[in-house]
Design a protein around this ligand. Structure first.
Ligand code: NAD
Length: 393
C-alpha cells in the first residue's frame, strides 16, 4: 500500500513538473497579470536538489526575473545533475563553498525541514535574500531572530507556502468580507496522503505531518479568518516504523497524525486535520482533484474549496438566498504552488510585494509548535505572534 502511494506521488510530481514548465512562462502570480520586463535579473542559488527541486527548477528557469547561477546539494551528484539539466554554471557540495563561490542575490532553500533554519541564518549572514521551503525556522523565536537580522542588513526572507496567492483564496476572502455567509463561526480543512518514502527527515524530530502538510491548511485558514489566538491539539504516531528508500526501516519520532483546533477570536473556531495515513481514492494528482478539502460555514451560507488549497480549482457556494450550490473562481489560472521563489525574485527585481509574508509563515510555525505543546500538556496554548490581516483587501 505504501509503495503504491509512493509511485503515485512520484507520478504526481512528474505531472506537476510538466504543468509547471507549461505555465511558467505565463506565470505572473505576484503581478497578477503581464508586467513590464524586469529592471534586472536576480541571481539565484538553489540549495537542496531533491524531490521538490524537480518542481522548482523548471519554474525558476522560465522566470524572466531569474538567472540561475548555482546549485548545491550535500549529495554532489544531485547538484551536478541539476546543473547539467537546466543548465546552471556552478554546482557545489556544501553551503560554505556555495556562499564563497559565484556571487548570487537569492538563496532558494529546498533542503530537509530540519536544515532550513541554520542554512537560512548562514545565507543572511553572507548577505543573501532567502526563499525557504517550509518551515523558515524551527521555532517562532528563531524565526523572528532571522527576520530581525535580515531587516538589519536590508535583506528579505520569505517562506512557503504561497496558498494565499491563489484566485480561490481571493474569492473566499472577499466572500467572507462581503458578509455573504452571514455570521461565520466555523471552518475546517483536511490534507493527507500515505507519506513520502524517499527521505527519513519527514518522520524525525523537526519533521512531521504538521510542517509538511498541515502547514498549507493552517496558512489558508489563518489567512481567511485572521491570526489565531490559541491552539488545542492532539497528535499521534500511527505507524511507528516506516521503510525509506536507500535506508530501510526507520523509527518514526514526529507526529504522522494531527488534529488541531484554532481560536481566531470573536467566537470563530477552525479545525485542521493532517497526516501521513490518509487513503485518497483520487490519488494525489492535483490537477484531477475536485473534492472539497476546506470549508467555511456561516449562518447564511457555506463555501467549499474544490481541490487542494495548494492546487485549487474552484469554490462551491450555497447561500440562504440561493441554496443550490454554484461554482465560482473556476476560470483557468496560472497560480502554481512551486512558484514562490520565482515570485520573490520578481519582487526583488521590480519592487512588487507578494500577499504572503514572513510574519504569516512564522505565525504558522508558532501554531505547529503550540499544537505539539498542547498534545504534551493537555492544555490550550495561547499564541503571541500575529501578521498583517486581512491578506486580501
Ligand atoms: N517533495 C515534495 O513534493 C514537496 C512539496 C512541497 C514542499 N516540499 C518541501 O521541500 C523540502 C524538501 O523536500 P524534498 O521532498 O525535496 O526532500 P528530498 O530529500 O528529496 O530533498 C532534499 C535535498 O536536500 C539535500 N540537503 C539536505 N541538507 C542539506 C545541506 N545541509 N546542504 C546541502 N544539501 C542538503 C538532500 O541531500 C536532498 O537532496 C521540505 O521542506 C519539504 O517539506 C516538498
Amino acid at each position: 500500500m505504501f509503495q503504491t502511494a509512493s509511485i503515485s506521488r512520484r507520478r504526481f510530481l512528474e505531472k506537476g513538473a510538466a504543468l509547471s514548465a507549461a505555465v511558467a512562462v505565463g506565470n505572473r502570480a505576484v503581478g497578477a497579470g503581464q508586467s513590464a520586463p524586469p529592471a534586472r535579473k536576480i541571481k539565484v542559488g538553489v540549495i537542496g536538489c531533491g524531490s521538490v527541486s524537480r518542481m522548482y527548477f523548471p519554474n525558476l528557469a522560465e522566470c524572466p526575473c531569474v538567472e540561475l547561477v548555482s546549485a548545491c546539494d550535500k549529495i554532489p551528484k544531485r547538484a551536478r545533475d541539476a546543473a547539467a539539466k537546466f543548465p546552471i554554471g556552478q554546482h557545489y557540495p556544501h553551503i560554505d563553498q556555495m556562499l564563497a563561490g559565484v556571487p548570487f542575490d537569492l538563496l532558494v532553500n529546498l533542503t530537509d525541514m530540519q536544515e532550513h533554519e541554520h542554512l537560512n541564518r548562514q545565507a543572511i549572514a553572507a548577505g543573501k535574500h532567502v526563499w525557504s521551503e517550509k518551515p523558515i525556522a524551527n521555532s517562532l523565536a528563531a524565526g523572528q531572530e532571522l527576520l530581525a537580522e535580515a531587516r538589519k542588513k536590508g535583506l528579505r526572507i520569505w517562506g512557503a507556502p504561497t496558498v494565499v496567492q491563489s484566485p480561490q483564496f481571493a474569492f473566499m476572502a472577499r466572500t467572507l468580507a462581503a458578509g455573504t455567509l452571514g455570521r461565520v463561526g466555523a471552518a475546517r480543512a483536511s490534507y493527507g496522503h500515505l507519506g513520502p518514502d524517499w527521505a527519513e527527515f519527514f518522520y524525525t524530530k523537526g519533521g512531521g505531518s504538521l510542517p509538511d502538510l498541515g502547514v498549507y491548511n493552517l496558512t489558508f485558514l489563518t489567512g481567511l479568518l485572521g491570526p489565531a489566538r490559541s491552539v488545542a491539539a492532539m497528535t499521534s504516531i500511527v505507524i511507528p516504523r516506516r521503510n525509506i528508500q536507500d535506508k530501510g526501516e526507520i523509527a518514526v519520532t514526529e507526529e504522522d497524525n494531527a488534529m488541531v483546533l484554532l481560536d481566531h477570536g470573536q467566537g470563530v473556531l477552525s479545525h485542521v486535520e493532517c497526516g501521513f495515513n490518509y487513503f485518497n481514492p483520487h490519488d494525489h494528482a492535483y490537477t484531477e482533484q475536485d473534492h472539497h478539502t476546506l470549508s467555511v460555514t456561516g449562518r447564511e451560507g457555506a463555501m467549499h474549496l474544490a481541490g487542494y488549497d495548494w492546487g485549487p480549482h474552484a469554490v462551491d457556494l450555497s447561500t440562504a438566498r440561493e441554496p443550490a450550490y454554484k461554482r465560482f473562481a473556476d476560470a483557468p489560472h496560472d497560480y502554481v504552488w512551486q512558484s514562490g521563489a520565482s515570485m520573490v525574485a520578481e519582487c526583488l527585481a521590480t519592487g512588487k510585494e507578494p500577499l504572503f509574508t514572513p510574519e504569516h509563515a512564522l505565525h504558522v510555525v508558532e501554531i505547529i509548535t503550540a499544537a505539539r505543546q498542547s498534545q504534551q500538556t493537555g492544555r490550550h496554548i495561547p499564541l503571541q505572534s500575529t501578521f498583517k490581516w486581512p491578506v486580501v483587501t
